[in-house]
Design a protein around this ligand. Structure first.
Ligand code: BGC
Length: 748
């Protein structure tokens, strides 16, 4: 008698049986063998997990932990924020902000993402990733919730400081570097917040409407690079909706575009069960009791935070109803398991106990803060300060004596120490220069004692008086973590109350005034910039910000930072103006692909300071630009590339570093294109008089645009201008190349 296939299966199941809770696992089970390929281990462990166990893995067990399966030795993934160092992970979000955490977790506070972006130094960002991952392990965690690679679409986003600026190529290079650094240490990064998360306003409910072209050319590339080139083990889905779908339910983007490691939800950013699981959103965070408490808070409910959706009873109900298949559960759980094995977490759990804030980690923080400083203006070479001629310095402003290490929210790290600008300047000045301090104006909303009309008048008087008696005045202005933060957007591009007036008054009293900007988002400078001899942007420089600033002011370091964002003259000039924060919970990205310099340069809107701009204490000359389209062969496969060489000479008297930027312009494009797009950059260290060749190799993608008609990256044959220079508005050398169709075709 022949048995049907189903009967055979039933018999097999009867004898082998599905795994039972509590069932013993042999010591030599293949998944326990580190020598076997990851896929084999995943398949083996998957076959041993019960459906209940698999489903349990889809939701967090606590605020920062995934659900373990102790029966099989599958560990919880222990997470920590992220991205600028390790933040306290204890308790609910409301109590873990660095300022008021009940149990302080101290770690190195690295510069804000925008400051690291200003270094244009992927190698350094990779070292930062290594340093952060080492601290993650030292503190007994497995995963760091960063990098943030969202694009700075408009100047008021409360989290612009976390990201890598306005250009997708720059953000992509740095995102890949961060991921490589972290993963090289066996720690899991989380590339966030996927995608088009560019404002805090109504973050649970806002629907970003944008063209497919803007999505592919501006908002997705950094994520794709992190996943496809960096091999990122994890991506975090954003709170917002994109084109009508919540990101946690956005299968076309999560599953079809990303295809990488596993996906976690941003904290409380799930809004359904079956659509979320079926979208390939693998792990809902947070979970357990802390999540329940957090979600039931009136503030959470009011802001649109919803519920726990991937808890076992809800997922099981949807499986029973036939809305989720077993294969889908296996798919999602496999993605989590793959990373648990690939990262080494299964075989080598991180039990903590190592050191944090070591000299090596501090050195990375200091280098980031230093390289990230952008010298915006330096009339009459006021900087660097000449220690032989300057006998007295007064340091003024609400950000002078306080170390403003970063913006607010989940990224704020609690360091063991932090160097304020005043501390750094005093330390550097030593005993030969007399350094004094006056507040000048209280930081808006910080200290009621300095917030009365009388107090403000007195503080200003004192500052002006001190400025008039010193050789040099350094005014440190900006915002702080209660005005610029996750959770809300910045109200205005103007400096907080009284700071413009302080700068104007000090500039009148002392012609040798250095203005230092210490904030993440752009500020308006129209009222005083003309009269400012020296202007420095230090962003939020982390715990070593004060040392870095002093090194630049006194010339120990030659500034090499370049703007990763355009600084507009007026808020009204920015391309998203009129389309932010949106109406009726809809924000239309009407500017399309014209974000940042793509807009300012194409539409000829003069910015205050352009993208890529930054001065040095030396000067650089560019010569000999060569650009040649080539077809090379790897075996029989033709590989298309344009080889670009340019020589750069240090024509000044100090050693310095230039960030050489390469932009591509297409002559007569068949589709609307920005006048230039960044496609390459390199930092070049040069001694006085030294010349070096800088080489680039541009691939097909460097010439491509996203064609909505074919829904693919397309490069047209024809003329392209290769532009090389020192900022998007300071192109020093240009060369036209003709790319034949045959080259592009053969590269397909
Ligand atoms: C933030 C994430 C963060 C998470 C965990 C969320 O509110 O958007 O960036 O990683 O909280 O703290």
């Amino acid at each position: 008698m022949r048995m049907s296939r189903i009967s055979v299966l039933m018999c097999l199941l009867f004898f082998i049986g599905p795994p039972l809770p509590g069932q013993a696992v042999p010591a030599d089970a293949p998944y326990k063998n580190p020598g076997l390929p990851v896929e084999q281990r995943v398949a083996d462990v998957l076959s041993r997990l019960t459906l209940d166990e698999k489903v349990s893995m889809l939701a967090g067990s606590s605020w920062m932990e995934s659900m373990p399966v102790p029966r099989l030795g599958i560990p919880a993934i222990k997470m920590a924020d992220g991205p600028m160092g390790v933040r306290s992970w204890l308790g609910s979000s409301a109590i873990t902000s660095a300022a008021n955490a009940p149990a302080k977790v101290e770690a190195t506070s690295f510069p804000a993402g925008v400051c690291m972006a200003a270094t244009w130094d992927p190698a350094l960002v990779q070292r930062e990733g290594v340093a952060i991952a080492q601290e993650v392990k030292a503190l007994g965690r497995d995963m760091i919730l960063g990098p943030t690679v969202n694009i700075n679409r408009q100047p008021l986003w409360g989290r612009n400081f976390e990201g890598y600026g306005e250009d997708p190529y720059l953000a992509g290079r740095l995102g890949v570097a961060y991921v490589r650094g972290v993963q090289g240490e066996g720690v899991i990064p989380s590339v966030k917040h996927f995608a088009a998360n560019n404002e805090e306003y109504e973050r649970h409910r806002i629907n970003a409407t944008l063209s497919e072209r803007a999505l592919h050319e501006i908002y997705l590339p950094a994520f794709k690079a992190a996943v496809q080139e960096g091999g990122a083990w994890n991506v975090m889905s954003a709170y917002n909706l994109v084109n009508g779908a919540h990101m946690a339910e956005n299968r076309p983007l999560l599953h079809d575009v990303l295809q990488g490691g596993f996906v976690i939800s941003d904290w409380g950013s799930t809004y359904s069960t079956a659509p979320t699981v079926n979208a390939g959103m693998d792990l809902e965070m947070p979970g357990g009791e802390p999540a329940k408490t957090f979600l039931q808070r009136p503030q959470t409910l009011e802001s649109g935070g919803s519920d726990l959706w991937l808890v076992p009873d809800k997922v099981m109900a949807e499986i029973k109803a036939g809305h989720i298949t077993g294969a889908q559960i296996d798919d999602n759980v496999s993605r989590i398991l793959r990373v648990i094995f690939a990262s080494g977490l299964f075989d080598h759990p991180h039990n903590g106990g190592g050191e944090v804030d070591t000299p090596a980690q501090r050195a990375v923080a200091l280098q980031g803060a230093t390289e990230g400083i952008v010298l915006l203006k330096n009339e009459g070479s006021l900087l660097p300060l000449d220690a032989a001629k300057v006998h007295s310095i007064v340091v003024l402003g609400p950000n002078a004596a306080a170390a403003r290490t970063g913006g607010g929210g989940s990224s704020l790290v609690h360091p063991k120490y932090a160097v304020a600008p005043l501390d750094g300047i005093k330390e550097k000045a030593g005993s030969t220069i007399n350094v004094t301090y006056a507040l000048g104006v209280g930081m808006e909303g910080e200290d009621p004692a300095h917030d009365t009309a009388d107090a403000r008048a007195r503080d200003l008087r004192e500052a002006v008086d001190a400025a008039s008696r010193a050789d040099v005045a350094v005014v440190v202005v900006g915002r702080y973590n209660k005005l610029e933060s996750e959770g809300f957007d910045v109200k205005t591009m103007d400096l907080p109350a009284g700071q413009d007036a302080l700068i104007e008054a000090v500039e009148k009293a002392n012609p040798h005034t250095v203005v230092v900007i210490n904030t993440g988002d752009p500020i308006t400078m129209g009222g005083w910039l003309d009269k400012t001899p020296a202007l420095v942007d230090m962003w939020y420089g982390g715990q070593e910000g004060g040392h870095a600033l002093a090194a630049v002011l006194f010339g120990d370091a030659n500034p090499s930072g370049k703007l990763p964002v355009t600084l507009p003259k007026r808020y009204e000039d920015n391309p998203a103006f009129g389309h932010y924060p949106g109406e009726n919970l809809q924000v239309e990205y009407a500017e399309g692909i014209y974000v940042g310099y793509r807009f300012y340069d194409t539409r000829n809107v003069a910015p205050e300071f352009p993208f890529g701009f930054g001065l040095s204490y030396t000067t650089f000359q560019y010569d000999n630009l060569g650009a040649t389209p080539r077809l090379a062969y790897s075996g029989k496969t033709p590989i298309f590339g344009v080889v670009v060489d340019v020589s750069v000479q240090n024509t000044g008297t100090r050693a310095g570093t230039e960030v050489v930027q390469l932009y591509v312009h297409q002559n007569k494009p068949r589709i609307d294109r920005p006048v230039r797009e960044l496609k390459g950059f390199q930092r070049v260290d040069l001694q006085p008089g030294e010349t070096r060749w800088v080489h680039f190799r541009l691939d097909r993608l460097a010439f491509s645009y996203w064609d909505p008609a074919t829904r693919s990256w397309t490069a047209d044959p024809g003329e392209y201008e290769i532009q090389v220079g020192s900022s998007s508005r300071d192109i020093r050398q240009k060369k036209v190349v003709n790319i034949p169709a045959s080259f592009l075709r053969s590269a397909e």
